[in-house]
Each structure stands twice: as C-alpha cells, then as structure tokens.
Ligand binder design. Structure first.
Ligand SMILES: Nc1ncnc2c1ncn2[C@@H]1O[C@H](COP(=O)(O)OP(=O)(O)OP(=O)(O)O)[C@@H](O)[C@H]1O
Ligand SMILES: Cc1cn([C@H]2C[C@H](O)[C@@H](COP(=O)(O)O)O2)c(=O)[nH]c1=O
Length: 196
C-alpha cells in the first residue's frame, strides 16, 4: 500500500513522517525530492529564482521517475507499506501554480497527463491542511515557494485535487498542536491499513 503525505511547506508533513517511523518500523519511508542526483538537481533549481518553471517541472518529474523505479515499485512488489513525504500531488499543486502564467492553458491537467502514462497513483493521501500565512511562517521562507501568496495558489490547487478524488484524500487539520496532529495521522494510517 502506498500512502503519501501532502500539503504546503511548513504544514508538518516531515514531523508526522518521522513519528510514523516509530509506529511502522518495517515500512519503507521515502520522500520527494529524493536524495538521488536527480533530487539534487531539483534542489539546485529550487534555489534559483531564474529557473524556468517548465524545465523545473521536468526536473521534478525525472526525480519522480527514478524514485518510482528504484524505490517505490520494488518496495510495493515486496508487499511493503510505503509512506512518502511528498509525491505526485506536490507536482500537480506546486508546478501548476508556478506555470499559471505560462503558455499552458490548463497546467494542472497537463501535469497530471504527463504522469498518467507511467506513475503509480497513491492508494491514500493524508492532506495536511493549513492556511498559507501560518505555513510560510513555519517554513521560514528558505526557498522561493515558501511565501504566503504563492502558497495560497498551491493550496487552491490541492483543494481542486481533493475535490476531484475525495475518496483518496484524508484531510488533517494541521493548525492544531503537534500532538493532536500526530494522533490524527496515526489514527488515519491505522484505519487505512484496517480497511485495505
Ligand atoms: N502542529 C504544529 N504546530 C506548530 N509547529 C509545527 C507543527 N508541526 C510542525 N511544526 C513545526 O513547523 C516546522 C515545519 O514542520 P515540518 O518540517 O514537519 O513541515 P513540512 O510540511 O515537512 O515542511 P516542508 O514541506 O517545508 O519540508 C518545524 O519547525 C516543525 O517543528
Ligand atoms: C516534490 C515536489 C516538491 N516541490 C517543492 C515543495 C517544497 O517547497 C520543496 C521541497 O520540499 P520539502 O518538503 O521542503 O523537502 O519543493 C515542488 O514544487 N514540486 C514537487 O514535485
């Protein structure tokens, strides 16, 4: 089973992903961007304000293709529970926002279309829902995406994704205390595993 954690920068995904490692020590824990050389190329691009947004989409997508073939698909083939801190929805939400003013007519649909031919969709996605101002403040503006105005466009895209596939997403109210958020996350994962 593939479970992904999604949401704005600073919404608490990594905090939850780390806590889940104590609860499910045998699961495969992974993340995007990855630590591969593709992931390092992505990190370089994130650090550049002059990066071309379409080129950046393809860097993130190359990292995803490598992540799928090297980590995600083999772990799923072994019957592992796979929990990924960010995955395809990050591209649909973030790169659709960075390409909003490009020549692409419908960036979110275009990006989904690129992935459809080769990706493995998540079985379930925990969506850490947080307002963009709090998210930006928690994230500390360490890259070009971590600003409230951009994050509010990203959030609108996440909402479109949730509306399109309500059965896949579990909304986590990420504005609560870390303890409350972790309790909800652990309950949600336990329920997903029971229902599978
Ligand atoms: N529920 C919470 N309330 C307040 N602060 C929190 C909460 N959860 C996490 N934090 C703090 O917010 C910051 C960002 O948390 P975290 O790295 O888990 O978020 P993230 O969603 O993984 O962010 P990014 O996508 O930027 O990596 C950290 O300093 C973390 O300690
Ligand atoms: C996978 C992915 C990530 N991003 C953005 C979102 C964040 O601002 C950074 C890195 O993520 P992290 O959780 O802080 O490590 O990259 C993106 O724009 N598109 C993606 O596909």
């Amino acid at each position: 089973m593939l479970i992904t954690l999604e949401g704005l920068d600073g919404s608490g995904k990594t905090t939850a992903w780390e806590a889940l490692q104590d609860v499910y020590p045998d699961a495969t824990f992974t993340h995007e961007p990855t630590d591969s050389w593709y992931g390092k190329a992505v990190r370089r691009s994130e650090g550049r304000d002059d990066a071309d947004p379409l080129a950046e989409l393809f860097l993130f997508t190359a990292d995803h293709a490598d992540h799928l073939s090297r980590v995600v698909k083999p772990a799923l083939a072994d019957g592992d529970l796979v929990i990924s801190d960010r995955y395809t929805d990050s591209r649909y939400a973030y790169q659709a926002a960075s390409l909003a003013d490009s020549d692409l007519q419908r960036p979110l649909e275009y990006i989904r279309g690129i992935h459809q031919a080769f990706t493995r969709e998540p079985d379930a996605t925990l969506y850490f829902d947080l307002d963009p101002e709090t998210a930006a403040a928690r994230a500390g503006a360490t890259n070009k995406f971590e600003h409230a105005s951009f994050l509010s466009e990203v959030r609108a895209n996440y909402e479109r994704l949730v509306d399109a596939e309500p059965g896949r997403f579990v909304r986590i109210d990420a504005s609560r205390s870390p303890e409350q958020v972790l309790d909800s996350v652990e309950d949600a994962v336990a329920r997903l595993l029971e229902d599978r």
